[in-house]
Design a protein around this ligand. Structure first.
Ligand SMILES: [Fe+2]
Length: 249
C-alpha cells in the first residue's frame, strides 16, 4: 500500500541507516497535534523511520496550553489506535508515548497540581521553549521541575532564534540541568543555516544528549531518507548509540 512512497538506499558501500537506539521525539500519533493527521500518514512515517533504521520510537505529541491541550488520555488513546493499525498492517514497530511539553502556564499548573506527567522511561520529560521569545526565568522553571522529581530534556535548542547570538547559553542550560536534544533535520539544513551552525556547535562541544527526528509529516521523512543526509548524519552520530531510553536511570 505504501510502497510508492518508499525510497530505497541501494549503494552498499555506505551505511544506509542511522545508528540510533530509537527515536525520542516524534509527532506520529494520528490526529492530536500538528503532526500526522491520520492513521495512513502515521503508517507512512513509520515505514520511513524503518527505512532509515529506526525500529522504535517515543511519540511525543505537543501539550501547549493555548493550542493542544492533550492529556494522558488523548495521547494513550491515539497510541492504542496506532499500535492496532501497525499490527493490522504487519508493521513491526515499537511505539511508546510521552509528550512534548511547552514550558508555559499550563505546564506549571499541571506540575503544581502534581498531575502525573507523561515521561520517557521513568522520569524524563521532553520540553520545549516558545519560538517567539526567550524564557526569562530558566533557573526557577528548572528548580520547580527538578523538585517534582523530573529530568527535563530540552527539545531542539538549535531552533530558538533568540539564542543565535549567544552560544554560551547552551553550556549554561546543560550546566543547570537541562539535557539537550538536537533535531537531526537541523543538521541537514532543513530549518536554515543558523540552525545548522548551532547544531554543529552542540555536537562539536559535546553538548548533545539525545537526537530526534521531530517527525511531523512526509517532507520531514523525505529529507531524512536522502542518502546524502544519512551519510552526513552518521558523521555526527558516530559510534555513540544515542537514545537508549530504556537504559536511562
Ligand atoms: Fe516536536
Amino acid at each position: 500500500m505504501f510502497q510508492f512512497f518508499r525510497k530505497k538506499i541501494t549503494d552498499n558501500s555506505v551505511p544506509n541507516f542511522l545508528n540510533l537506539a530509537g527515536d525520542i521525539h516524534s509527532h506520529i500519533l494520528p490526529g492530536i497535534d500538528d503532526g500526522s493527521p491520520d492513521i495512513a500518514t502515521s503508517l507512512q512515517l513509520i515505514k520511513a523511520m524503518k527505512d532509515i533504521g529506526i525500529h522504535k520510537a517515543v511519540a511525543t505529541p505537543h501539550i501547549i496550553g493555548d493550542m493542544y491541550r492533550n492529556t494522558p488520555e488523548t495521547i494513550n488513546a491515539a497510541l492504542a489506535i496506532l499500535n492496532d493499525a501497525c499490527i493490522k498492517n504487519n508493521l513491526n514497530f515499537e511505539i511508546s508515548a510521552a509528550a512534548e511539553y511547552m514550558l508555559d502556564d499550563h505546564f506549571f499548573s499541571l506540575l503544581r497540581r502534581k498531575e502525573k506527567l507523561l515521561t520517557i522511561n521513568k522520569n524524563y520529560i521532553l520540553t520545549e521553549f516558545s519560538y517567539t521569545s526567550a524564557p526569562d526565568n530558566i533557573e526557577e522553571m528548572l528548580f520547580e521541575i527538578l523538585t517534582e522529581g523530573y529530568k527535563p530534556i530540552l527539545a531542539h535548542p538549535e531552533r530558538y532564534f533568540y539564542y543565535y547570538k549567544n552560544y554560551k547559553i547552551f553550556h549554561k542550560l546543560r550546566e543547570i540541568g537541562f539535557l539537550l536534544q538536537v533535531n537531526l533535520l537541523s543538521l541537514t539544513g532543513y530549518y536554515g543555516i543558523a540552525a545548522v551552525k548551532v547544531a554543529k556547535y552542540l555536537f562539536e562541544n559535546e553538548l548533545v544528549d539525545f537526537v530526534g527526528t521531530d517527525m511531523h509529516h512526509w517532507r520531514h521523512a523525505e529529507t531524512l531518507l536522502k542518502k546524502e543526509n544519512i551519510i552526513l548524519l552518521n558523521k555526527f552520530i558516530g559510534e555513540k548509540k544515542y537514545n537508549d531510553f530504556e537504559a536511562l536511570v
